[in-house]
Ligand binder design. Structure first.
Ligand code: AMP
Length: 371
């Protein structure tokens, strides 16, 4: 596993259940994934000697975050198979390349323009009806490196503040809701799709995922599956990806972002599905067949960020552990910070409204006073 975060940890826990041994490269031994791994290689992604030692100790490599240099994956491929390969990784690291690649294969996204100066920005905003979202091309996630701007804002100051030579301006999408789909592709080229999740964000960070969700129509699901399949096939993915969408008011989908790995919105598959997104990942990269991805139950996942845990006490934890059909996941991070993903809770229930109420209740029981 390249990267030692919580996605690597949950992948490792799924794979270990089936007897696999895990080696993690890139983060310290006490990282979320390092804690559950057999071997840790805390090296830099550019350290070829350390990478070679790591590669020689494993049978197959996968990754849990998209900021791994493409050159690292290409180097490792000299020693060992790496899934998914570099194609999708490369596209998902660069918003312009990602959106251009999608547009070239006929997949709808928000309108976008390449921006390299304040003048481009002023012209772009005019073209998009006076408002837009300016985003850095690389290293953006959870709303970082982006700003909602209007024509009346000081575009020269904003551009200077951004401090980059290239950015992307997107038309502001007036969406009905946001949804995502996690999909996987196997060595026999078969593709498998989890039921899409409806996602609520707070401060641009995922807060709650709901699946299955009545707002997501059969047509949305069909369109999401179709788009996910095209992306899996176009980028020749073997492994798991997530596609995030905006559902427009006229019932269509626009792709917002692609992640070449399992996703926060798919965590509920651990309890809700026979084979979770992490089990699909190790099945795909280890050459096993797909598992069953149909949901057993409606499920809701609620994130636990640093700010949700400011008032926790052992008694408060106990009151959550006393709830039934409530599954607590903590990632083993030593320091809680505002906006940092510390863990999540998944709730299963007969319907998603009840599951959402109980998930929010669980988070309040931990001492969080918000919704
Ligand atoms: P991103 O980092 O691109 O995934 O954006 C984070 C969040 O910002 C998304 O989940 C949306 O809620 C919002 N957002 C991003 N791009 C747009 C857009 N073009 N129009 C409207 N909202 C957006």
């Amino acid at each position: 596993m390249l990267g030692g975060g919580q996605l690597g940890r949950m992948f490792g826990m799924a794979a270990r259940r089936c007897g696999y041994r895990i080696a993690v490269y890139g983060d310290p031994a006490d990282s979320p994934c390092g804690q559950i791994s057999d071997l840790s290689f805390p090296g830099a992604f550019t350290d070829h000697e350390a990478l070679a030692r790591f590669a020689q100790s494993v049978s197959v490599v996968t990754y849990e975050q998209e900021n791994i240099p493409v050159s690292t994956v290409e180097f490792l491929q000299n020693f060992v198979p790496v899934f998914p390969g570099p194609q999708l990784l490369k596209a998902s690291q660069n918003r312009l390349l990602e959106k251009t690649s999608l547009r070239n294969i006929g997949i709808p996204t928000a309108d976008f323009l390449r921006i390299t100066s304040a003048e481009d920005l002023i012209q772009g905003l005019a073209a998009f009806g006076g408002a837009g979202i300016l985003k850095t091309v690389t290293m953006g996630y959870d709303g970082k490196g982006q700003a909602k701007i209007k024509e009346t804002d000081d575009c020269h100051a904003i551009w200077k503040d951004f401090g980059v030579s290239e950015a992307i301006l997107e038309r502001l999408v007036d969406f009905q809701f946001e949804l995502s789909i996690v999909a996987s592709r196997f060595s026999d080229d078969s593709c498998h799709f989890f039921t899409p999740a409806l996602n609520h964000h707070v401060n641009h960070i995922l807060d709650v995922s709901i699946s299955p969700c009545p707002e997501i129509s059969a047509r949305h699901t069909k369109e999401a599956n179709l788009i996910a399949r095209e992306i899996l096939e176009h980028f020749d993915v073997r492994g798991v990806l997530c596609v995030e969408f905006f559902a427009t008011r006229d019932g269509h989908l626009l792709v917002n972002e692609i992640a070449p790995r399992p996703h926060n919105s798919g965590h509920l598959t651990i309890e809700a599905c026979h084979s979770s997104q992490f089990e699909q990942q190790f099945r795909a990269v280890c050459g096993l067949p797909s598992g069953d991805v149909t949901p057993r139950s409606p499920a809701v996942m609620i994130n636990l960020l640093g700010e949700h845990l400011l008032n926790v006490t052992p008694e408060r934890w106990s009151s959550v552990f006393a709830m039934t059909d409530v599954y607590v996941h903590m990632y083993g991070k030593a320091e809680a910070r505002i906006g940092r993903k510390m863990g999540h809770i998944t709730v299963l229930a007969g319907d998603c409204q009840t599951a959402e109420q109980r998930a929010r209740e669980a988070r309040r029981r931990l001492g969080f006073s918000g919704p």
